[in-house]
Design a protein around this ligand. Structure first.
Ligand SMILES: NC(=O)c1ccc[n+]([C@@H]2O[C@H](COP(=O)([O-])OP(=O)(O)OC[C@H]3O[C@@H](n4cnc5c(N)ncnc54)[C@H](O)[C@@H]3O)[C@@H](O)[C@H]2O)c1
Length: 268
């Protein structure tokens, strides 16, 4: 690993207390990036920041961030700039899921998922973009990275609101790329498939509750066998390389793209 690959990159990561957000943060910092970790789980981000600072390459700070709040998003951007002098990249990773069969979907379920996953990304993009514009396009390119999913392209029957929120991610990437290119801001994203994180541990339990599986612990193996070409589910380590690539200068000529990292589940 090149410890200087991401030197000079100051990166805000939302939802960084655990799972892929935390894994990416540690990977970026090990390659020289400074990272601002935002999450509603303040203890969690404090602990990830402590680990990163103890490891001693890129620096880390932690902030309380609820992505559904415009003020929180603005404050997280400001905290990044205050700590590191500027912000170059924002990784909009925070997200939740709560499966329900189609006829059981409630307004509360829809609103909660769309608020965090879709509105949260819009606000994060806007607040970062305002700061990027302030810093001047000659100091870019600036990068917005939105976390999508396999369901950004194909909805699954038991997670329709989540699928809608991740289709929104695709629209934010495409539309954001067009809207922000004049400011030397690129917008790209990636779509993980089935990743073993706390999110999936909970999803596995919820899928049993709604009758999709008989027993806990079946869902990931079932999907691996029936839907994943590579016949295995993934871990955050499988995703971090693409995330780092999208932060790095190697992706400077890309915008408006959503890359799947799913072992061959969705091909379009
Ligand atoms: N795990 C998977 O299989 C999978 C697959 C495709 C896409 N994704 C997406 O990847 C991203 C990360 O998922 P993960 O599996 O690492 O999840 P995770 O549950 O392990 O981590 C998500 C983090 O987001 C935080 N969060 C939740 N609501 C928030 C809010 N309102 N404001 C700020 N932070 C908030 C949580 O506290 C948590 O730390 C999400 O966008 C998710 O939808 C996950």
């Amino acid at each position: 690993m090149d410890p200087n690959r991401l030197k000079g990159k100051n990166i805000l990561i939302t939802g960084a207390a655990q799972g892929m957000g935390a894994c990416n943060a540690e990977y970026f910092a090990a390659q020289g990036a400074n990272v601002c970790l935002g999450d509603i789980n303040v203890e969690g981000v404090n602990e990830v920041a402590r680990r990163i600072n103890a490891a001693g390459n890129g620096r880390a700070i932690a902030v309380k961030l609820d992505v559904t709040s415009r003020a929180d998003n603005a404050e997280a951007v400001a905290a990044t700039v205050e700590a590191f002098g500027s912000i170059n990249v924002t990784l909009l990773n925070a997200g939740i899921n709560k499966p329900l069969m189609f006829l059981d979907i409630t307004e509360e379920n829809w609103d909660m998922i769309m608020n965090i996953n879709a509105k949260g990304q819009l606000l994060g993009m806007q607040e970062a973009a305002k700061q990027f514009i302030k810093q001047g396009k000659e100091n870019g390119p600036y990068k917005i990275i939105n976390v999508g999913s396999i369901v950004s392209r194909q909805a699954f029957l038991d997670v329709v609101p989540y699928s809608a929120s991740k289709h929104a991610t695709l629209a934010l990437i495409n539309g954001g790329a067009k809207a922000l290119v004049e400011h030397n801001i690129t917008v790209n994203g990636y779509g993980p498939g089935v990743v073993r994180t706390e999110l999936w541990e909970q999803l596995d339990k919820d899928l049993v509750k709604i009758g999709m599986f008989e027993k806990e612990g079946q869902s990931m193996d079932h999907l691996a066998k029936t839907m994943i070409l590579m016949k295995r589910y993934s871990y955050p380590d499988d995703v971090r390389g693409t995330a780092a690539f999208l932060c790095s200068p190697e992706s400077d000529y890309m915008t408006g793209q959503l890359i799947m990292i799913d072992g061959g589940m969705i091909m379009q």
